[in-house]
Ligand binder design. Sequence first.
Ligand SMILES: [Zn+2]
Length: 384
Amino acid sequence: MSTISFFYTDKFQNYNLGLNHPLQPIRIKRTYDLLNELGTWESIDVHNPAPCTREDMKDIHSDEYLSFTEMLSNGQRPPSYRHYGFGTPDNPVFPGMWESSLLYSGASKNAAEAVIDGQRLAINISGGLHHAHFNGASGFCIFNDCVLAIKTLLKKFQKVAYVDIDVHHGDGVQEAFYKNPQVLTISIHETGKTLFPGTGFTEEIGAGVGRGYAVNLPLWPYTDGETWLHVWKEIGFKRLQAFSPDVVVLQMGADAHILDPLGHMNITGSYWLEAIRDVKTLELPMVALGGGGYNQTVVPLLWSMAIMELADLQLPYDGLWNKLEQEESNPLNYPTLIGNEDIQQDATKYANSYAMHMVKECQGILRQWLSGNDRILDKIEMNH
Ligand SMILES: [Zn+2]
């Protein structure tokens, strides 16, 4: 038996928001098929996930929202003055959305339980739907499986770190644990000034006894990979080490990649993977989740490479690198860049210098409130 579990079923395809929606569930199957071709399942156990229950969701979403979702999913049109986020282009109503949402969430709960039972790594790439709120659907997300995984882990572990490298702010997860010092949430993302959901600024650091247990690293469009990685290492990774968690939940949103059609970052795969490698160096039990990622060629490559890194697999890795580099270097993949190279270079220069300023600001904010908490302050300074 392996010490790594991967939760998968073709039924993940039923979380289908429509043909023209950016979130296409085929990316999950493509990743599974690619990992299968590479022979990954000789080293990782694949399990069929069990859907979670309404009972599992009762502290994570409001009763009214759960009832409303179930009724909509069954084709009913419940009378309500609220729409709970549904009926928008981002969150259209689709048949069977109740069952398929319980399924991807159940897979994240299963992954957390596998880690509780002693697995060193448990993976659910259909999860990572970090925008769902207590009282509503948001940003392609219906249930917040990240919150469910963290709450499950808290039954055994004292300190849980949530690391979110998706290009969008992990707002739903931050909101759920904003006053909880047992859960550190770290999100590095494109600034809310230019991208959904419009939150995740440096001043959002938690509240009450949870102050200091939320970290936000917002970056301007066109920030390059080197700068993104510097910000992550200088603030995100150091804060993560100082927290000294018992277990990590890693949201591996792949939409920070330069070829993603929704995000605007200039980050190639090598930098994104380096952040994942950093989290792995902590050698802690981990639940790894999917997340955003809308380039159907790039996402299966990035997720497969991330899983191979996390699982220490010596499989034909070079072939994946070559494919990724071909995509990243193909000028046909950058049609809007032609003739605008200078403008983009200026934008990157501006974004990079903003990021350096932001690192200093974050250090200042952290030191200021951490002065009352010597233990954590010592660790932060030790890491400098
Ligand atoms: Zn995203």
